[in-house]
Design a protein around this ligand. Structure first.
Ligand code: SF4
Length: 384
């Protein structure tokens, strides 16, 4: 096994190259995942860090909401960012969308470094990178018909004139399988089902003609019966239109279904990454193993993961709180309990408080990413 910290440079070639690096409590670190392709990243984070000042007894310290994250999104690829509520996934998505300013690190679009403080960068970025939010009920203005909701990004970002507006809106609606589009164009959001509303929200994102979609738990508030339809739509947009996508989820089983690569986030750090099959079938980091155990996947169990069966029963109280992305009921999965281990003053692995394999060194230093084979890596002293 080769420690990626010794890599001569950050990975920029392999598809789905992702990693965690440049933590303030560790040496320069880099992680890599990939499926072997070499297309250049369209959206990239390099050493991205966001520290949030704390109050009360932690006054004067900051929490590491995002710490030294390296990510690369590539056209025609879905990268899944998996972690429980409070792990920093949404903060990372906001940084990537230039909705927040990083404490350190860079965001690059097509290789060019962006500045979240520059209005021009932000305006261009909003057309290149669109977000799909978790709640389709809140993300569409219920006072307007779809015609108006979809016309705004078409006019603002695409300069589409009145003469062709209806045709373009119908085309967008049919692209997300709201067909026939002319029957939906005059509907209000409240006249749509949850799945139709999320399709309309995706159509609005597509209206800006983006290269990148950031989906923040895009199916977790939907009825279980229609989640698969929306996930299939996302994979269709990847495969047919070549969009780059970040699929943010707490559900590692759904990540396996849609993603080319998966990275797992815990307390602001990416702790494991690699091709989706490798991460879900052969998880190396204790936290990923715990996530998998709490999210039994029939295909994984049929593949012979008997350990996963036992662990799943151990963690069977890890219920998903109504699909809102909030995990409740399991102390072992309660990220909030790690607050003390995740301040800027704290050293070591933030997972150590509940890790069954913790060693003395885990309290002293966060391990560098270690290659465990075929583009799969993990940040854990167990792989030393
Ligand atoms: S580094 Fe140590 S505490 Fe962290 S996951 Fe690995 S063994 Fe557990």
């Amino acid at each position: 096994m080769t420690g990626l910290a010794s890599s001569p440079s950050r990975p920029t070639g392999a598809a789905g190259t992702t990693g965690a690096g440049m933590t303030s409590d560790t040496e320069d670190t880099t992680g890599t995942t990939g499926t072997g392709e070499t297309s250049a990243p369209v959206l990239e984070a390099v050493g991205l860090t966001r520290h949030i000042p704390m109050h009360g007894r932690h006054r004067g310290q900051s929490v590491r909401a995002v710490e030294g994250v390296d990510l690369a999104l590539r056209r025609g690829q879905i990268l899944a960012l998996v972690g429980q509520s409070g792990s920093g996934k949404t903060t990372l998505a906001r940084l990537l969308a230039l909705g927040d300013r990083p404490t350190a690190g860079e965001i690059r679009f097509d290789g060019r470094q962006l500045d979240a403080a520059r209005g021009r960068d932000r305006k261009q970025h909003f057309s290149h990178v669109q977000m799909i939010m978790q709640d389709p009920f809140a993300s569409l203005n219920r006072l307007h018909r779809l015609r108006y909701i979809l016309s705004r990004p078409l006019r603002n970002f695409g300069g589409v004139g009145s003469a062709e507006l209806d045709a373009r809106i119908i085309e967008l609606l049919e692209r997300v399988h709201l067909t026939p589009g002319r029957e939906f164009i005059d509907k209000y959001p409240h006249e749509l089902s949850g799945g139709q509303r999320q399709r309309a929200a995706i159509a609005r994102a597509l209206a800006a003609d983006p290269s990148v979609l950031l989906g923040d738990e895009p199916v977790s508030m939907l009825d279980v019966s229609i989640r698969l339809d929306i996930l299939n739509l996302l994979t269709e947009l990847r495969d047919r239109d070549g969009l780059a996508m970040l699929y943010i989820t707490h559900d590692i089983a759904s990540a396996r279904h849609v993603a080319n690569d998966i990275v797992v986030m815990y307390s602001g750090r990416i702790v494991e990454g690699g091709p989706a099959e490798a991460v879900t079938q052969n998880a190396q980091h204790p936290y990923t193993q715990l996530l998998l155990a709490a999210s039994p996947d029939p295909e994984r169990l049929l593949a012979g993961d008997t350990d996963g069966t036992d662990d799943a029963s151990d963690a069977s109280d890890a219920d998903n709180n109504g699909g809102t992305g909030t995990t409740t009921g399991t102390d072992r999965l309660d990220a909030a309990r790690d607050a003390d281990a995740n301040t800027t003053d704290a050293a070591g692995c933030p997972f150590r408080a509940r890790c069954p394999h913790a060693q003395p060194i885990c309290a002293e230093q966060m391990p560098d990413p270690i290659d465990v084979g075929s583009g799969h890596w993990s940040r854990c002293w167990l792989h030393r």
